[in-house]
Structure formats: structure tokens, C-alpha cells
Design a protein around this ligand. Structure first.
Ligand code: ATP
Ligand code: MG
Length: 392
């Protein structure tokens, strides 16, 4: 019997949500994600999802790596099925975990038996397999409290399974369970992390990026598309709506006081993102804003942005320090791209002395000098939609 992958679901989640909807969504996400690793049979039983290769050509390493990036899964392990017989289980443990058993100093066997017809109970199986493994690997100390290696035996309906310690999965909820949102993706460190964090709560994302040629380069846009592509291994295939922002920025510069430039620009970003949300069935916006990080991220400034936005704005990194954000950024694989030195439209025409405590009435007054609707309409007409997936 070929090696398989076992995925465990979050129990807490299963209590709170409709279990079947959750599992069905998760399994369809898994099937889609594994399409490129070969043909797999994916099914669930007793809070475990089984991922079984159907051909010898299946790429198990790629499938295992992919399973660790699927939201809704709390732990992942490769396991070897065998016949439901005590000696078959023992032989399987020896053959499958030989290297780990040789390398460990202490071990224990832990058994779960969901097939109650099996003639031995969990304790008896553990004692039998553990005792005989100890004979074969006499250097091992039995440590039931804190073993270096735990050999897991699961006796289930179809077969018995042997595996070593499971690794943590991506956690969260299956993408699609939490509705859809528009994430404002810049080329920085924060917005890929905030996108990841909201996707982890089961939200499917549409990306919006504002670019201002010729002030921002083609390379800057490519960098953002690359970040989106890197996020697809967590968030799935997505569309990046690239919104031209040059005319809006030039008009703000021409008509509004310099110290209000960033604030008014951010209000346009919010309005345009809401317009994209309406076109695509999204119910919220996501940004990488962090309290106090820059002038436009004070409480007063955030209130001015929110005033231009009729949808909830989700800001998952609002209370995080830069180091914490960077740690996640490295873990999810976007950091190295984020630090490439290309300019963002936010860094074009930045005021020398931005207002940190703006007054909403004043901002609205300055904005009245602009043809907000006309600027919005022209920008929206010229949106370029680019689909990104793991393949490119
Ligand atoms: P980041 O690392 O995400 O760029 P930042 O600290 O540089 O964050 P700002 O540049 O002030 O912050 O932007 C705050 C948020 O506004 C970003 O996290 C992002 O959600 C959004 N944003 C900024 N610039 C753009 C852009 N060009 N296109 C889309 N969204 C943007
Ligand atoms: Mg930025």
C-alpha cells in the first residue's frame, strides 16, 4: 500500500460552523491545489482527510508541501497504510520509520483505534508494537512523557496507518468560507502579510494595485504581480486589478494643499477599491495599515480614510510591530520580493510635512476642488485585470 497524506481539521471550527459545508469546501480546495501533483483520491472520515495517490507518478513531496499551505488544516503528516494486523503494523513501523527510530534517543508508541472490532485495544497495540520495536532498536529509551520520537498507529476502518509526528498545518478556515474582500496590494512588506492574514480566515481575495506611470515604473508593477503570484500558494488563483492613478495624483497635487496630499490620495484609493469591490461581489477592504507607522496611519488619519469608504476596512496588522510583520513575511515567502527597491505611488509627491491630525471637514473642503466622480470614472474605465496563479 502506497504512502498517503493525512490532514486533520480544526475541531473548534467544526463545532462553530456547519461541518459539511466546511469539509466540502476544504476538500474542493485541496483537490484544486493538488491538481498539478498528480492524481489523488481525497476523502474525509472522522475529522481526518485522506489524500491518497492514485498513480506511481504522483509527486508526494510537492503534494505534502502544498497541503501545508491549505487553510483549514491544523496538522499534516505522511503515513503508511498497512493491513490491520499486529505484526503487519509492527513490520510497517520498522520499515517506514527505520531512519527516525535509529536516529532517536527515546520513543513511545501511541495508538488510536477507531475500529472497535480490532481484537486489541489501543494500549495493547502500543505495548505490543513498542515492546518489539524496543527489541529491534535496543538503544532507544522508552519515554512515555516526553519522547524524542512518537510512533503513531491508527487503526481505522479500511486499514491501519503508521506515521511519525505530524507537522502544523496552515490553520485558519478554508478559503471561500468567509466571503470575498478586496485587498489593497502595494509593493511593500505589510500588504502581502495583511492579505495572507485575511485569507487565512477563509476570505477569497481580489487584489487592487494603484500605479502611476511614468512616476512608477513597469518594474514596480511587475514586483506587485510577483507578490500576488507568491500569495497564490496560500490564497489561490486571484485577479489583480491594476488601477491607473497618475491623473488623480497630478490633480491632487495641482488643486490641494501639500500637507493634505497623502490623505486625499488615500481617500481616492478607498473609493476606487470600493468600486472594484462592488463589481466583484466583495464585502470588505483589506489594507496593510499599522497604527502610527507613518503619518497617514494615525487614528485621525485612518478616520479620514474610512470616511471615504462605505465598506468595512479590515486591517489585520494594525497592532503589530514591524518585526512581527517581517517575521510573517519571511515565513510566507514574500519578504525578499517586498524589499526590492522599486518605488510605489505612495512615495510619489510625498508632502514634506504631512498632516498627522487632519480635520475631516477641512479635508472634505479641499477635496471639493476636484472632480471626484470624473477622476474615478476615468480611472475605473482603464483598469487592467490580470489573473495570477501558481503557474504564472
Ligand atoms: P506596505 O508595506 O504594505 O506598502 P506601508 O507601511 O508602506 O505598507 P503605505 O504605503 O502607507 O504603508 O500604505 C498603507 C496601505 O495602503 C498598504 O499596506 C496597502 O494596503 C495600501 N497601499 C499603499 N500603496 C498602494 C498601492 N500602490 N496600491 C494598492 N494599495 C496600496
Ligand atoms: Mg507601501
Amino acid at each position: 500500500m502506497n504512502e498517503i497524506i493525512l490532514l486533520k481539521l480544526g475541531e473548534v471550527v467544526l463545532k462553530g460552523l456547519n461541518r459539511h459545508t466546511f469539509e466540502d469546501k476544504l476538500m474542493s480546495n485541496i483537490r484544486r491545489r493538488l491538481q498539478h501533483c498528480g492524481k489523488f483520491h481525497v476523502y474525509s472520515k472522522q475529522s481526518t482527510i485522506y489524500v491518497e495517490p492514485q498513480e506511481d507518478t504522483c509527486d508526494m513531496d510537492a503534494a505534502y508541501a502544498a497541503c501545508k499551505q491549505i487553510f483549514g488544516v491544523i496538522s499534516v503528516t505522511r503515513a503508511k497504510p498497512c493491513e490491520k494486523d499486529k505484526d503487519a503494523i509492527l513490520a510497517c513501523a520498522k520499515a517506514y520509520l527505520d531512519e527516525q527510530l535509529r536516529g532517536a534517543k527515546s520513543f513511545k508508541v501511541e495508538t488510536k483505534r477507531s475500529d472497535k472490532k480490532f481484537p486489541m485495544n489501543s494500549m495493547e497495540i502500543s505495548q505490543y508494537v513498542g515492546g518489539l520495536l524496543h527489541d529491534v532498536y535496543p538503544h532507544l529509551i522508552v519515554d512515555v512523557h516526553d519522547p524524542e520520537l512518537c510512533v503513531h498507529v491508527e487503526v481505522r476502518e479500511k486499514a491501519a496507518y503508521v506515521h511519525g509526528p505530524a507537522e502544523p498545518g496552515a490553520g485558519g478556515l478554508p478559503i471561500g468560507m468567509g466571503g470575498k474582500a478586496v485587498s489593497l496590494l502595494s509593493g511593500g512588506i505589510d500588504s502581502p502579510v495583511s492579505s495572507f492574514m485575511i485569507a487565512k480566515r477563509g476570505v477569497q481575495l481580489e487584489m487592487v494595485h494603484f500605479f502611476s506611470p511614468p512616476y512608477t515604473s513597469q518594474q514596480a508593477k511587475e514586483k506587485v504581480l510577483e507578490l500576488a503570484r507568491q500569495l497564490t500558494c496560500w490564497c489561490g488563483r486571484m485577479t489583480v486589478h491594476v488601477v491607473p492613478f497618475t491623473e488623480i495624483q497630478e490633480e491632487i497635487r495641482r488643486c490641494c494643499p501639500e500637507d493634505h496630499f497623502t490623505l486625499i490620495m488615500r481617500r481616492f484609493m478607498m473609493r476606487l477599491a470600493v468600486a472594484v469591490a462592488k463589481r466583484t461581489g466583495c464585502k470588505a477592504l483589506v489594507t496593510g495599515e499599522c497604527l502610527g507607522q507613518v503619518a497617514s496611519q494615525t487614528m485621525d488619519a485612518l478616520a479620514v480614510s474610512d470616511d471615504a469608504c462605505e465598506l468595512p476596512v479590515l486591517r489585520p496588522v494594525i497592532g503589530m510591530d514591524k518585526e512581527e510583520i517581517i517575521r510573517i513575511s519571511r515565513r510566507i515567502g514574500t519578504f525578499d520580493t517586498s524589499i526590492l527597491p522599486y518605488e510605489d505611488c505612495c512615495t510619489v509627491f510625498t508632502p514634506r510635512h504631512p498632516r498627522t491630525h487632519p480635520k475631516l471637514e477641512e479635508v472634505r473642503e479641499y477635496e471639493a476642488a476636484l472632480d471626484v466622480d470624473g477622476l474615478m470614472e476615468r480611472a475605473l474605465q482603464a483598469v487592467e485585470r490580470i489573473t495570477v496563479s501558481m503557474e504564472g
